[in-house]
Design a binder for this molecule. Structure first.
Ligand code: ADP
Ligand code: MG
Ligand code: MG
Length: 210
């Protein structure tokens, strides 16, 4: 039902909030290697602003609640990641108009990936969050649509794909975002945005498993 979808969203947001605060220093440390040392702080500020709106979110159907999450991230996170994370969530929220099920979750994931790549212009291999998002979304879609897996099993596979995507960023030289200014000095470090994407997906999986 509409209420239980939004309730599941609120559970997921609480977990993501806790995780991003736990990882705030680590994500900022990653960003200090290849960027300007603010990624963990940007996301922690953004997710706090989201969970502060829990009462407002609780009264909304899932698509409107997710849309509010997106607009809040856009206005609070800042930097490159704010419009990329927030704008993609905001735009993909339309796919949840009819509620949350395996089919609409796939549509949401695909719309998120499309908006992210359209807005940021990064391709897989550019050492950005796209390197986690792309394999995760494709794996999720295949697992639901072709292998007919229940969405929680599909999400578990997507998380594994995102984890491999994060490791794949380590030897890459960045060609988008701030990290691209570093050239070869950025080689040998995980991309912060790909890493935070993995953490968010891990918390979505933990919520789905409960
Ligand atoms: P800023 O770089 O403005 O300080 P953050 O540190 O919060 O912003 O976010 C950096 C992350 O944003 C990078 O690790 C990368 O994953 C992601 N990123 C930057 N530019 C792009 C882009 N054009 N497309 C996709 N992701 C990007
Ligand atoms: Mg930064
Ligand atoms: Mg910055």
């Amino acid at each position: 039902s509409a209420d239980s979808d939004t309730e599941a969203l609120l559970d997921a947001l609480e977990r993501i909030d806790e995780r991003l605060h736990d990882e705030q220093a680590y994500l900022t440390e990653l960003d200090s290697r290849i960027g300007d040392a603010d990624h963990g702080n940007n996301l922690a500020r953004g997710i706090s602003a989201v969970t502060e709106k829990r009462d407002e979110l609780a009264g909304k159907p899932i698509d409107e609640a997710v849309k509010t999450v997106g607009t809040t991230l856009v206005s609070e996170v800042g930097g490159a990641a704010g419009p990329l994370y927030g704008g993609s969530v905001l735009s993909a929220s339309q796919e949840l108009e009819g509620g949350l099920d395996a089919e609409s979750a796939v549509a949401f994931a695909e719309a998120y990936r499309e908006k992210l790549t359209e807005r940021g212009g990064a391709r897989p291999g550019d050492k950005t969050m796209v390197d986690a998002v792309t394999p995760a979304v494709h794996t999720f879609q295949r697992a639901v649509e072709e292998d007919d897996l229940p969405s929680v099993d599909a999400l578990a596979k997507a998380v594994d794909a995102a984890r491999r995507g994060v490791e794949y960023t380590v030897p890459l030289r960045a060609s988008k975002g701030r990290a691209s200014y570093l050239g070869l000095r950025g080689v040998g470090h995980r991309d912060p945005g790909a890493t935070s994407t993995l953490f968010v997906l891990e918390e979505l999986l933990a919520t789905a498993e409960d």
